[in-house]
Design a protein around this ligand. Structure first.
Ligand code: ADP
Ligand code: ASP
Ligand code: MG
Length: 419
């Protein structure tokens, strides 16, 4: 008998029919003698609908109130799943984050989990019940409901699994694993049987939304075996088959990984680029520009400072597209008050495409192959950044899908037999 945590995403919980299927699958695992904790997301589209209602009232609602509304989606799906389990003869109980409690900091809409008290959950499991815990939400020290950022149910699930020392965390979703790239963009993308934790961390941070980045951090920090698999198969397929399906995040670089130089291609459509022209080239200038941006809680990603000419230089950086307007306001306001600059020009229609692979450590020429492929498609590279296991380029968003497809092909990632 093992303790297993299941997480079901929005599509998997998307209708009462689908929820009944989830109940059948969960009941199958329970029948096999396992203790099961289930972490559901809101039904698909529901979180967007709730946040949309808020935006109809005002453009920038109070984040505390946004969390109050957004967290309700998971409460609904959790209770429906509990009922669906009762309907198939199982004892089940659902809890909101604050009831468990899943304690977080107070950073509304992007809170971080601080601790999980599992006493109540353990008691229920020991009494033979299936426990359902809402994904995406927690409670801060003052008792305010918080949410963990979009895609945060992944993080709830892995954090619960880690806190309870579960044997495995199974992330059920609408694809049957982690692919070389988003299978919705490249139809012959290949499913990976395993992906190293480091690669998954890079892919998630570079835009692969299949797992929220913080869930991968939790998996890594606690070495929690985590598997991404399909919720859309027949819920009654043999347990053995299901246990070995999907993609396992591994903590070792095994030998077959070494052969592949590139494991996957990630992309992020939601980037924006800002250039501040004609700033004086003297110590402290990067701080004077980026300090106020950081103070406004805006995350900066890529940065370039050009060679100076006549004591002046240009400074370019990227921010998430949703923060673009705010970043421009900060520059036109507090930054311009303190330093003299030329014009400030932004482009909110840029995307980032990245190739990722631990094999890069032992292979040279990956960057040149990437740049050659993009040049053959006449795609202009606006910025470049690298780490030990990834190379990212910023390009015009118009060419993003073309870039992903041609790189996928150039690095030989298409589906073939014998992965
Ligand atoms: P859920 O609602 O189950 O959390 P998400 O929509 O958050 O599902 O994540 C699953 C989606 O992630 C897939 O439908 C797929 O389009 C997308 N995705 C992006 N990159 C990848 C990748 N490398 N492998 C698999 N899926 C990916
Ligand atoms: N329902 C939340 C969202 O849509 C959390 C999740 O699905 O993981 O972002
Ligand atoms: Mg998700």
């Amino acid at each position: 008998m093992a303790l297993i945590v299941h997480k079901y995403g929005g599509t998997s919980m998307g209708s009462t029919e689908r929820i009944k299927n989830v109940a059948k699958r969960v009941a199958k695992w329970h029948d096999a003698g396992h203790q099961i904790v289930v972490v559901p997301s809101a039904m698909s589209g529901e979180t967007n609908r709730l946040l949309g209602l808020a935006k109809e009232i005002m453009a920038q609602p109070d984040p505390r109130e946004l969390d109050m509304i957004a967290s309700t989606g998971e409460q609904v799906s959790s209770a429906l799943l509990s009922m669906a389990l009762h309907a198939v003869g199982k004892e089940a109980v659902s809890y909101a984050g604050w009831q468990v409690a899943i304690k977080t900091d107070s950073a509304h809409t992007k809170a971080r989990i601080a601790s999980i008290d599992d006493a109540k959950v353990r008691a229920d499991l020991d009494a033979g019940k299936i426990v359902i815990i809402t994904g995406f939400q927690g409670v801060d020290e003052l008792g305010n409901i918080t949410t963990l950022g979009r895609g945060g149910s992944d993080t709830s699930a892995v954090a619960v699994a880690a806190a309870m020392k579960a044997q495995e965390c199974l992330i059920y979703t609408d694809v049957d694993g982690v692919y070389t790239t988003d299978p919705r963009v490249v139809s012959d993308a290949r499913r990976l049987k395993t992906v190293t934790f480091e690669e998954m961390l890079e892919m998630a941070s570079l835009g692969s939304k299949v797992l929220q980045i913080r869930s991968v951090e939790f998996a890594g920090n606690y070495r929690m075996p985590t598997r991404v698999l399909s919720s859309l198969t027949d819920p009654l397929i043999p347990l053995e088959e299901e246990m070995n399906s999907g993609t396992l995040i591994s903590f070792e670089e095994d030998t077959h990984m070494e052969q592949a130089t590139i494991t996957g291609i990630a992309f992020n459509r939601d980037e924006a680029k800002i250039t501040v022209f004609g700033v004086p080239d003297k110590p402290g200038i990067a701080y004077q520009i980026l300090g106020p941006i950081a103070d406004a809680n805006i995350e900066v990603d890529m940065i370039i400072q050009n060679q100076s000419v006549d004591g002046k230089t240009d400074f370019t950086f990227t921010v998430p597209r949703g923060e673009y307007a705010k970043a421009m306001q900060v520059l036109e306001g507090s930054v311009k008050e303190h330093i003299s600059t030329g014009s400030i020009i932004g482009d909110p229609k840029v995307s980032k495409v990245s190739v990722v692979g631990v094999g890069m450590r032992s292979h040279v020429g990956i960057a040149s192959q990437m740049f050659r492929t993009l040049s053959e498609e006449s795609i202009n590279i606006q910025m470049i950044s690298t780490s030990e296991i990834k190379i990212s380029v910023l390009i015009d968003e118009k060419y993003m899908e073309l870039a992903v497809r041609s790189l996928h092909k150039a690095f030989g990632l298409e589906s073939t037999e014998g992965n």
